[in-house]
Design a protein around this ligand. Structure first.
Ligand SMILES: [Zn+2]
Length: 258
């Protein structure tokens, strides 16, 4: 049943432009965010303001990123809160299991009021997408989907705590997928929900391995190289003692056996 629970928490990045309908929306402005909402109750909007501001700092800290581009005034991020799941799905065209989505290039997050575990899952995940992309480049095709989803999901404590045990179990069950396999996958194109779930948990496990084994400074260097070199293997080799995906994969799998 665990996997079913995780599936509900899966969120996506999407690229289609969503237009908020004029007139239906109210606004709440904080230092770094403009929250657009319809009929959501004030308590929810107040909690959202507080949590978003908290994650604004803690996610960058988690990744070791030092901010140079502050989300102030006209540069604030936008959060659109639909009244319910139906309104959200209709407007965004997201799959039925999605509870939130980000458009990093627009610094926009879409969700609905009281989405399940919103503050612990959807919000940090989607903010993770934006903060990561802002650092490595919005149009950087060298960033594999597994890495980006890993960075976003790594912001969710609930996933981080459960990932390794789940992945170890997948090795025993022979369902484990190595990084090469993950590199060919896009969860949005997959219908096997068990596989999608494993995809997300493996990406968190890899991120967790990189952070615990090599620390945040190496991760920042890796991201800088990814941004500048726009080549995944060269970025890995310049920040870690691995020359490529294959060696990273070996080290990660070794760590899972410990
Ligand atoms: Zn995502």
């Amino acid at each position: 049943m665990k996997s079913v629970i995780f599936l509900v928490l899966i969120m996506t990045v999407f690229c289609a432009k969503v237009h908020a309908q004029a007139g239906k929306w109210q606004e709440e402005k904080t230092t770094h965010f403009i929250i657009h909402y319809q009929g959501a109750v004030q308590d929810f909007i107040r909690s959202l303001s507080e949590k978003a501001e908290e994650y604004y700092n803690s996610i960058a800290d988690n990744l070791g990123f030092i901010r140079f581009n502050f989300w102030l005034w006209d540069n604030r991020a936008h959060i659109y809160v639909y009244d319910d799941a139906a309104g959200y799905h209709e407007a965004t065209g997201q799959p039925e299991w999605s509870a939130g989505a980000a458009m990093p290039g627009y610094k926009a997050i879409y969700t609905y009021a009281n989405a399940q575990d919103f503050f612990a899952t959807v919000l940090p995940h989607e903010m993770g997408h934006i903060i990561f992309r802002e650092f490595v480049g919005f149009n950087n095709s060298a960033v594999p989907i597994w890495l980006e989803e890993g960075v976003a999901s790594y912001q969710m404590q609930i996933r981080r705590g459960a990932a390794d045990a789940f992945v170890k179990n997948s090795i025993t069950n022979n369902t484990f997928m190595n990084i090469e396999t993950l590199s060919d996958m896009n969860p949005l194109m997959m219908s096997d929900k068990e596989k999608v779930n494993l995809f997300y948990l493996e990406t968190v496990s890899i991120l967790d391995f990189l952070m615990k084994e090599h620390g945040r400074e190496s991760f920042v260097l890796f991201c800088q190289n990814l941004r500048d070199k726009k080549n995944f293997n060269r970025a890995i080799a310049s920040a870690y003692p691995y020359e490529n995906t294959v060696q990273l994969n070996q080290a990660w799998q070794e760590s899972l056996k410990k």
